[in-house]
Design a protein around this ligand. Structure first.
Ligand SMILES: [Zn+2]
Length: 356
């Protein structure tokens, strides 16, 4: 983080503390303005071990999730199921302080770390499940490669020529590690490798980096929930929705819809219920996707764009708040109670007012 980013963050924290003390948090969270809005929160993984240190944007530690749930409970937030929250948003009958909890991908840590805590809180939750690796029951290739290289970051240089990486990799450089992962993925895809073949590459990479792959597999690091686990949680009330079969969105309508169809079919094998909600893999979307989603009977789709949903929001382009390791409890509170959105929407309104 640069100096100006650090400074901006300190100023924001100080400003939020002042606003909270002055009662502005209460003012906004109890307002009609907030009651007409739905805050959809987005999580990915809850660390089994040290994943939040590897990818602080993708993973948070279990204690952070506990603190978030505590804030929602203590603040009497109305945590609603996704479908109900959206229906009530567009009908304009949301209760005060409405929030929806969503988790993307469906990693195993949701099963072992998030679910027990959510169950205790009594809050409903939606998991957008991607199904290819759920069936394969092996670590997600690109992620486990990246994680292992990060684990080996103190090991000097690695010679990965036999895996298609020409130059020795300086493991202490985050940039070099990322470049290498991209090369490994391109190399494996270039040979049309299956998931099992890619796993063999990951096994060899672990050997070359001196990492115990079997231990990572046994811990279920960077694996998805398997069918039995999905079934168990679905029976326990978790709502499973669509995220494509292979976590990708082809630019061709037929292929795109096939991704959704396969995803829908695999989820249905483990969980009963309707599947009409979607989350864009990696938060990326294009205008033509909206038509294709509607043709698949999808009624809502969430992005990773930061924001709070209003009745004017296109239901196939719903903004969320992606919660990350770097967000303080105070910042989190300012997002769910609406004040952060309130302040940023005022800014937008002023900009829109400038005549051209
Ligand atoms: Zn995803």
């Amino acid at each position: 983080m640069g100096t100006s980013d650090r400074m901006r963050r300190s100023v924001r924290r100080a400003a939020l503390t002042v606003l909270k003390t002055a009662g502005a948090f209460h003012l906004v969270q109890g307002s009609d303005w907030r009651r007409q809005r739905l805050s959809i929160l987005c999580y990915h993984g809850i660390s089994l071990d040290d994943e939040h240190e590897w990818r602080p944007y993708l993973f948070i530690c279990p204690q952070q999730l506990e603190r978030r749930l505590e804030i929602l409970g203590r603040g009497n937030y109305a945590v609603l199921p996704l479908g109900e929250g959206l229906q009530r948003l567009y009908r304009n009958d949301l209760p005060e302080r409405s929030v929806v909890l969503t988790f993307d991908d469906g990693t195993y840590d949701f099963y072992s770390q998030a679910y027990p805590r959510l169950k205790q809180s009594g809050f409903p939750v939606t998991v957008y499940l991607t199904t290819y690796y759920s069936q394969l029951e092996l670590p997600v290739f690109s992620l486990i490669c990246s994680y292992m290289m990060w684990k080996a970051r103190g090991h000097g240089k690695a010679d990965l020529k036999e895996l298609g990486v020409a130059q020795a990799v300086a493991l202490d450089s985050a940039e070099a590690r990322q470049r290498t992962v991209d090369q490994l993925v391109a190399w494996a895809d270039g040979q049309d490798m299956s998931g099992v073949q890619k796993n063999d590459i990951a096994v060899r990479l672990a050997q070359l980096l001196n990492i115990d792959y079997r231990e990572l597999v046994a811990k279920r690091i960077l694996q998805l929930m398997n069918r039995r686990e999905v079934q168990q949680l679905a029976n326990g009330g978790v709502d499973f929705q669509l995220h494509t079969h292979r976590h990708r969105m082809p630019l061709n309508e037929e292929m795109f819809r096939k991704e959704i169809g396969e995803n829908r079919e695999r989820i249905s094998q483990a969980a009963a219920g309707a599947r009409s909600h979607f989350c864009y893999p990696s938060g990326a979307y294009r205008p033509e996707f909206l038509k294709w989603l509607a043709a698949e009977g999808i009624v809502s789709a969430t992005t990773c764009d930061t924001g709070i949903a209003t009745r004017q929001t296109n239901p196939l382009l719903l903004p969320r708040l992606v919660d990350t390791s770097g967000r303080s409890d105070l910042e989190f509170e300012s997002w769910v109670n609406g004040i952060a959105h309130f302040l940023s929407s005022r800014k937008r309104a002023r900009l829109a007012y400038v005549p051209d």
